[in-house]
Design a protein around this ligand. Structure first.
Ligand code: SIN
Ligand code: MN
Length: 265
């Protein structure tokens, strides 16, 4: 799938692009069945809440490892996902930095604070913000079901200072409150990213985003395919994060079958 000139200009201006109904309901059904299978696995790639429920499932795009999954492996290599990533990163030499499937149980699933993904990835040693994430909704997402909010154009602010949230099981970096208040007061309103299951959103690693509490009656499952230019692979420090969050497989992905998800079922 080739982006049009207008879409490329929109990504440069806003820092994100939405692709309604990118994956069909048949493909989403295959992926949801995979999520149910993967959620039973106990390994370091699967983060659980203290209640035992899954919060994040990592590394579903490789052909090896505990959380390998043929349908998700096919999904990240479809021209629908990989080609737009190659285009916005300006190179065909792109690899998956990590994949994660984040859950938010109905009524209980909580927010993710405002952040830029490059807050963490710069600390991993990635030299430049030549990175982007493809989020695909695996369930219908409304303003109330814990989907993403994006601050349009915020990638142009560059990398902002961040602080680590120690209160969550998965330590994440976010923008300090005073700074975020100032940014919000001086920005256009945030956009809630909504759509039917199968909708995708591609966003720049410096775009400010957050997500809200899931007040709906359906569990929320979203996959995030985060990608990096091979030329921007991290210069790892003395204590790098594990492979399932900072991939050491920096071979460029090849475009594969666009029908790969259903064929892998
Ligand atoms: C993230 O931005 O890393 C996660 C957001 C979410 O799962 O809602
Ligand atoms: Mn993020």
């Amino acid at each position: 799938m080739e982006l049009t000139q207008a879409q490329r200009a929109q990504f440069d201006r806003d820092g994100y692009l939405i692709f309604p109904d990118l994956f069909s309901s048949a493909e989403v059904a295959v992926l949801r069945q995979e999520v149910a299978r993967l959620a039973e696995i106990h390994s370091e790639e699967v983060f659980r809440e203290h209640t035992g429920g899954v919060k994040s499932l990592f590394r579903v795009h490789e052909t090896d490892g505990a959380t390998r999954s043929a349908p998700f492996c096919a999904m990240v290599r479809t021209p629908r996902v990989l080609r737009p990533v190659q285009q916005v990163l300006g190179t065909d030499e792109v690899y998956v930095y990590h994949t994660k499937i984040n859950a938010k149980p109905a009524i209980e699933g909580t927010h993710w604070a405002w952040h830029q993904d490059y807050n963490s990835w710069s600390k991993d040693g990635c030299p430049r913000p030549d990175m982007a994430t493809f989020n695909v909704m695996l369930n219908d997402t409304s303003e109330f079901s814990g989907g993403l909010y994006i601050l349009p154009g915020s990638h142009k602010l560059g990398l902002l200072e961040s602080v680590q949230d120690q209160s969550t099981s998965y330590k994440s970096w976010s923008i300090p409150k005073q700074k975020m208040v100032e940014v919000l007061r001086n920005s256009p309103p945030p956009v809630p990213v909504t759509g039917r299951a199968g909708t995708g959103v591609l966003f720049h690693c410096n775009v400010l985003h957050a997500s809200g509490h899931n007040l709906s009656g359906e569990d929320r499952w979203h996959i995030y395919v985060s990608c990096n230019a091979v030329a921007n692979k991290p210069v790892l420090g003395p204590n790098p994060r594990p492979d399932w969050v900072v991939s050491r497989n920096w071979h460029a992905l090849k475009l594969e079958d666009d029908a790969g998800v259903t064929k892998a079922a």
